[in-house]
Design a protein around this ligand. Structure first.
Ligand code: ATP
Length: 515
């Protein structure tokens, strides 16, 4: 898996998907730029989300609110006081860590030890082995799993109470060392606020202090009444938004998994109080179906939150098996009326809905779905990048690198390749096909290498179809159409290409799997 991760990072760079930010100045930690193909893939992911949310629901509308907002918004939302991570420094290595992440790592180690015992026993006992019974009765396994459970509970309680001293005590008791150097010489654990701030030009001092939004959700909450009134939506209804968010993460590692500037795709669904569990279940299922349409089911799982955020009465993550393990990809939260009520209180403006069925005013409850666009990008890429034996070939070592992206997400849908780059007639014909097809979908014309090399390059960037223009094309207006995964080729008339490829790369196929 580690090997896959390394390959992925270099593949993303080599083919123009992702570059380190400010690379000529040695980069900026936790910040990345999307190259030409990366920008296209990211746009397709956003379109897939937008269509699934806004286009497919009569009662969900879009919004594009500003990154800068009134600073009081972050006071009301709780971010000024509570959007903190527990920071700890190692005095010897001078490295910074999140104390909770170090402790979680220790819990993972305990669980891994238990799994190892089970694997060993499975090998020893063979077919008669009952793994569940062994887990429930073997003293060693029980000791590891119980220790993991108690540690997890204590961590959740300390995080909820903001008890930094106890986190420090846990680091000491569990003998947790700096993963890089092995040193256990830690500072005290302290709270670190994750919001970036800047200064507005026309107001001096603290009043002019602005925050770069750490989530897009608050732009939705403060526009709730504007949107509801101007769109005449009735509850339940949702507001969807895609946009940049900024977090001063203590440790930004693992490529685009944890960045300091990233993009979120968030939807707040406004509902009648008391119906939140019903909608929470609905959105859990719908969001999982959205992921499963492009990702194998075994790579996805739900993980309930042990440690509920200050605003939530239920919360679950959809986790994906990244090359470094199962980690959060999306969060689904039942946020109660926390945000709207806080804004109502601090702004002094009513944020209520008149329910015509109940003849009553109330502050709506909210169920939120929030997925990171960059994490989705990483999950899509890590699923798709495959090194395989060339289909149909027995020759040892005849492998290819192929990016098996879903055709609807692929940055380029079709490459048009002339068989002979030095034949004017073939080149002219290929360019004419390119000029025709690019009205329908993203195409690329390429004549810079031999056909075999051009195919490999398109495989590596995930292009689902290649069209080869040859001498027969000049005679009968047919081309060879090659499909990326099977590498099968068929002869197709030029007139059929737009409809045939267009149909296969259509996002409607993905949406049909969800709705
Ligand atoms: P984590 O526990 O991994 O820090 P979180 O629980 O703080 O994530 P949320 O506040 O629920 O994350 O944000 C919603 C989504 O935004 C996450 O599921 C994730 O996909 C994305 N996200 C959050 N922080 C980052 C980040 N630093 N870089 C990239 N994506 C992020």
């Amino acid at each position: 898996m580690e090997d896959l991760f390394k390959r992925l990072v270099s593949h993303a760079k080599e083919y123009g998907f992702i570059y380190p930010s400010s690379e000529i100045y040695d980069g900026l930690n936790g910040v990345y730029d999307y190259g030409p193909l990366g920008a296209a893939l990211k746009n397709n992911i956003k379109t897939y989300w937008w269509k699934a949310m806004v286009q497919m629901h009569e009662n969900i509308v879009g919004l594009d609110s500003a990154i800068f907002m009134h600073p009081k918004i972050w006071k009301a939302s709780g971010h000024v006081d509570a959007f903190n991570d527990p920071l700890v420094d190692n005095k010897d290595s001078k490295k910074r860590y999140r104390a909770d992440v170090l402790i979680e790592g220790e819990i993972d180690k305990m669980l891994a030890k238990a799994d190892k015992e089970v694997d060993k026993a499975a090998k020893r006992f063979g077919e008669t082995f009952n793994a569940q019974f062994f887990r429930e009765t073997n003293p060693r396994v029980l000791e590891y799993t119980q220790r993991a459970a108690t540690t997890e509970k204590r961590l959740a309680e300390a995080m909820k109470a903001g008890d930094m001293a106890d986190l420090g005590a846990m680091l000491a008791e569990l003998e947790i060392a700096d993963p890089d150097t092995g040193s256990r010489n830690w500072t005290d654990v302290r709270q670190f606020n994750l919001m970036f701030s800047t200064q507005m030009s026309n107001i001096a001092g603290d009043d002019g202090k602005l925050y770069l939004r750490p989530e897009t959700a608050q732009g939705i909450f403060v526009n709730f009444l504007n949107v509801q009134k101007t769109t005449r939506q009735k509850l339940p209804f949702g507001i969807a938004q895609i946009g940049k968010a900024f977090r001063n993460e203590i440790v930004a590692r693992q490529f685009i998994f944890r960045m300091r500037e990233f993009e979120q795709m968030e939807m707040q669904f406004f509902i009648r109080p008391g119906t939140e569990m019903e909608w929470y279940t609905y959105w859990k299922e719908k969001r999982m179906a959205w992921h499963r349409a492009v990702t194998p089911a075994e790579k996805l799982r739900f993980k309930d939150h042990d440690n509920l955020a200050h605003y939530a009465n239920a919360a679950v993550d959809i986790q994906f098996e990244f090359p470094f393990g199962f980690k959060e990809l999306e969060g689904i939260h039942s946020r109660t009326d926390f945000d709207l009520s806080s804004h109502q209180e601090l702004s002094g403006k009513k944020l209520q809905y008149f329910d015509p069925e109940l003849s009553e005013n109330y502050v709506p409850y909210v169920v939120e779905t929030s997925v990171g666009c960059d994490r989705m990008f990483l999950s899509v890429m890590s699923n798709a990048l495959i090194e395989e034996q060339v289909p149909g070939s027995d020759e040892e070592g005849n492998t290819r690198e192929v990016l098996k992206l879903h055709p609807a997400l692929a940055p380029v849908k079709c490459a048009i390749l002339p068989l002979k780059a030095n034949n004017d007639e073939i080149v002219a014909k290929a360019k004419a096909i390119y000029n025709k097809l690019r009205f329908h979908f993203e195409c690329q014309y390429d004549d810079t290498a031999s056909i075999g090399k051009l195919y490999r390059r398109q495989d590596a960037v995930g292009t689902p179809y290649c069209i080869t223009v040859d001498f027969d094309t000049l005679e009968n207006d047919t081309v060879t159409l090659r499909e990326r995964d099977s590498m099968q080729q068929q002869r197709v008339s030029i007139n059929e290409l737009a409809a045939l490829i267009g149909n296969n790369v259509d996002m409607a196929h993905l949406l049909a799997k969800i709705y």
